[in-house]
Design a protein around this ligand. Structure first.
Ligand code: PLP
Length: 287
């Protein structure tokens, strides 16, 4: 079965899909993206993902390439063509194609829109054995709240993690606090059972999964605090985990080679994953 991509108004075979060499996303990382999870044929948290795309576009003064309604249609049409039941939809908008210059094009340039999909195994309630984390200095810019395609520091951090045998990197700011993962948000459960994640500001991406989990914690009446936590505190935590559209809730069992607590998946992360998978199956959006 052919796999399709959507490129600027056309559904094309994935292996033949391409963009112009002077696309500003390609040359200058002048673009934004979103990743929406798909679970059992349903988009997870579609509305907040499209809202965040809208915010990213506004922050960079890139126009919407199509209407919001049209984007919803394109996502579903690509899912249909690619028989996507579980996995993700990737969408990217760049400022468009123009003669290379750092400043915005002065002629009218249409933003470029690309969508692809990826099929994966259905995410289940079983969190697996948990993952290892490697800490890395956070060397990113001051607008990590914008979901841009400029991901080189994240790429390098993730690669360093993988080369050390860890799955994800946790990025550490100048004061020793964990900002977030290379492509996930970071959480801990303290020794007295409080869930902690860093507050949303321009130092991290406001994860949609993070936001949904916050709502689930409130519904479950779990103790929850938004405050920065240090790497030292994380290493002494009772539990730790990451969240994202593709990892859902994934427990962290090792940080920089040291086990978190007894090095086994803890009950809070296990329960929150179950709750999140249940939520994902509803196709609802937390607003
Ligand atoms: N932080 C970063 C840097 C990310 O790239 C991502 C996802 O790609 C996240 C956090 C998690 O965001 P979400 O839950 O919306 O996938």
């Amino acid at each position: 079965m052919a796999r399709y991509a959507y490129v600027n108004g056309r559904y094309v075979e994935h292996r033949q899909a391409s963009v112009h060499i002077e696309d500003r996303g390609y040359q200058l990382a002048d673009g934004v993206y979103e990743v929406v999870g798909v679970h059992d044929g349903r988009l997870i948290d579609e509305t907040p993902h499209v809202d965040r795309l809208d915010r990213s576009l506004r922050e960079l003064r890139i126009a919407w390439p199509v209407s919001r309604a049209a984007l919803g249609f394109i996502m579903r049409e690509l899912m249909r063509r690619n028989r996507l039941r579980d996995g993700l939809i990737y969408m990217q908008v760049t400022r468009g194609v123009a003669r290379r210059d750092h400043a915005f094009p002065t002629v009218d340039v249409k933003p470029a829109l690309v969508l692809t999909t990826k099929n994966t195994k259905r995410a289940g309630v079983d969190p697996g054995p948990g993952i290892a984390i490697k800490s890395q200095r956070d060397i990113r810019w001051e607008r990590c709240d914008i979901k841009t395609v400029a991901l080189l520091p994240n790429v390098l951090a993730k690669q360093a993690a993988r080369e050390s045998g860890a799955y994800e990197a946790w990025l550490i700011d100048a004061d020793g606090y964990v900002t977030e993962g290379a492509s996930t948000n970071a959480w801990i459960v303290t020794q007295d059972g409080e869930l902690v994640t860093r507050p949303v500001d321009n130092g991290i991406l406001a994860g949609v999964t993070r936001h949904t989990l916050k709502a689930l914690c409130a519904a479950l009446q779990l103790k929850f605090a938004e405050r920065p936590f240090s790497l030292t505190e994380a290493k002494r935590a009772r539990e730790a985990f990451i969240t994202s559209a593709t990892s859902f809730v994934t427990p962290v069992v090792k940080i920089d080679g040291e086990p978190v607590a007894d090095g086994k998946v803890g009950p809070t992360a296990r329960r929150l994953r179950e709750e999140y998978v249940r939520f994902a199956a509803t196709g609802a959006s937390v607003t």
